[in-house]
Each structure stands twice: as structure tokens, then as C-alpha cells.
Write a protein of this length. Sequence first.
Length: 166
Amino acid sequence: MAPITPARALRLLVTGLVCLTTASGALVGALFGGARIALAAAACTGAATALCAFFLRRRALTHFAAARRQAGVRGYAEGIAHGVLLHVAVYEAAVFPRTGPAGVTAEERAARRTVAYRMAALDEVPRPVREAAADALAALDAADRTRAEEALAHLASTVRQEYARP
């Protein structure tokens, strides 16, 4: 079975509507005038429905394409924002390692800091997420554990609020 794409779903819907209106036209024509009127009414209603569907098809497909692009852009930005959160959290693990001060080398800490700053500086990152990431990175650079935890929690809530499902 072929997958249900927006174009195929629209085609199936239109086919069903044309059949339904054709049958309705035939029933109404049969009630009011007999077989000839039923045939004429069925042909007219079916043709009118098909013609309307033909003119509205392009508009509907344009709407489907725009919705798909918007979903892609939103998904990409959401992924970038979650990536910023991830890299800032990884940098936090390098600043405050659970294994003690000797658990992370200076080179590894610098590498994680660089990646976190580069990720937060991407153009695709939304402004509220970028600001929250900047606060978190500044707190981590200052090695203030309390402020860093609060800033990272704020960054996580900002990412969650920015991309909450409606």
C-alpha cells in the first residue's frame, strides 16, 4: 500500500466528495423528476464538485508545502536549542567534575568550553535561548556552582518553554 502523503490524502478526499455529491444529486433528481432528471442532476453536481476541487487543489497543496517547511524549520531550531543545552551541560560537567578537581584536564575543559560557546553563537539559536546560554556560560566561567546551577536550570526551562507543544 502506498504511503499517505498530503497529495494522496487530498485526492482520496476529493474522490469521496465527488462520489457523494454525484449520488446526492442523483437522489434529489430522482425524487423530483425521474430517471432523466436524476442523470442530469448527478452529472451536474459531480462535474461541479470535480471542477471546484480542481481549482482548490493547488491552493491546498501550497498550504501543505508551507506547513511542511514551517515544521522543518521549527524542528531544526528546536534541535539546535537542545544542542546548546546539551553542550552547556557538558561544559558544566567539565567545570565541576564529579571525580574531583583532577577528573578533567585543562585541555578537555577548554575544548568543551569552545564547543559550548560555538553552539550558543549559532545564528539559528533563538534569542531567549541564546541569552539564557550566555548567562549559564558566564556563571560557569566564573566557577560559581550555585549561580551556574540556577543559570543551567533557567536555560533548560527556556528551551522547554520555547518549544512547548501547543
